[in-house]
Write a protein that binds this ligand. Structure first.
Ligand SMILES: NC(=O)c1ccc[n+]([C@@H]2O[C@H](COP(=O)([O-])OP(=O)(O)OC[C@H]3O[C@@H](n4cnc5c(N)ncnc54)[C@H](OP(=O)(O)O)[C@@H]3O)[C@@H](O)[C@H]2O)c1
Length: 260
């Protein structure tokens, strides 16, 4: 299948590790010019050096806790360099914990980091996508948009908001050759998952190894995903080949989600 991604421009957020990094590499391997985004300049430089070098890659140092600054930085980049055909909205997940004990600040921070940042990035990038008659907005969220996950109260709440933001946007921009879709990772072998396993093990007074085994056994695939498996699905959604897929949630969870 020809994904027809050669020489497209992608903004890949949260791309110094985990799913974001795997996505940056997968897109670059398909000939995409990748612009990485995260907070840590040294890590960004290291990932930049890992990308296949036959394209024009770059990075932006930005913090998703400040959406206005992020938007300004991306607009400046676009004015100086080029617009983006593809935006991967992805950043660190909210702190875990029961919903009843969550503070107002935790909800506000998660809303800012996830929903507001997705929104400012869409506003900054969609005009170029419209002018090209091609655009892809892909949000990395969670299976919790379908089934809330115990112990991830703030995350469950905010992911629901993003699901509805994303669906609404997909209807508004569909006529311009732009699609907006959500990828819902299951247990994916990244630093975020390692952190979650540590917390769960502590809460349930067991070892990290035993907790990891329990979580694997809970998944029909009986293993965690590698970030590259998620990145493959994102890459397909970013391609011309996925042009008639719009406004959907796609779990990449080894069959863990029990609902359809
Ligand atoms: N892994 C899983 O099992 C799993 C399951 C379901 C959902 N998810 C969700 O999928 C997304 C990606 O997960 P992951 O496991 O790949 O995460 P991860 O390993 O924690 O990586 C997060 C990335 O986002 C960047 N980032 C974090 N905070 C940021 C900020 N304030 N501003 C800008 N960049 C920031 C990090 O780089 P810097 O620190 O350098 O900024 C890093 O590159 C998260 O929303 C996560 O909750 C993951």
């Amino acid at each position: 299948m020809d994904l027809k991604l050669n020489n497209k421009n992608a903004l890949v957020c949260g791309s110094t590790q985990g799913i974001g990094k795997a996505t940056a590499i997968a897109l670059a391997e398909e000939g995409v010019n990748v612009t990485l985004v995260a907070r840590n300049r040294e890590k960004l430089k290291a990932v930049l050096a890992e990308l296949p070098q036959h394209r024009n890659h770059s990075y932006i140092v930005a913090d998703f806790s400040n959406p206005r600054e992020l938007q300004e930085q991306v607009i400046k980049f676009i004015e100086k360099n080029h617009g983006f055909h593809i935006v991967i909205n992805n950043t660190g997940g909210p702190r875990s914990g029961a919903i009843l004990t969550a503070s107002l600040e935790e909800f506000e921070n998660a809303f800012t980091m996830h929903l507001k940042c997705n929104h400012v990035l869409a506003q900054a990038t969609i005009p170029f996508m419209k002018s090209e008659g091609f655009g892809r907005v892909i949000n990395v969220i969670s299976t919790s948009v379908k089934e809330p996950i115990p112990g991830l109260g703030v995350s469950n709440t905010i992911r629901g908001a993003i699901g509805n933001w994303s669906k609404t946007l997909s209807v508004e921009v569909g006529a311009f050759g732009i699609t907006v879709n959500n990828v819902l990772p299951g247990f994916t072998d990244t630093e975020r998952l390692a952190e979650i396993i540590k917390i769960k093990a502590k809460n349930e007074e067991t070892t990290v190894e035993a907790m990891a085994e329990t979580m694997k056994n809970y998944t029909p695939a009986k293993r965690f995903a590698q970030p590259e498996e998620t990145a493959n699905v994102i890459t397909f959604l970013a391609s011309e080949a996925a042009s008639y897929v719009n406004g959907v949630n796609i779990p990449v969870d080894g069959g863990r989600t029990k609902s359809l």
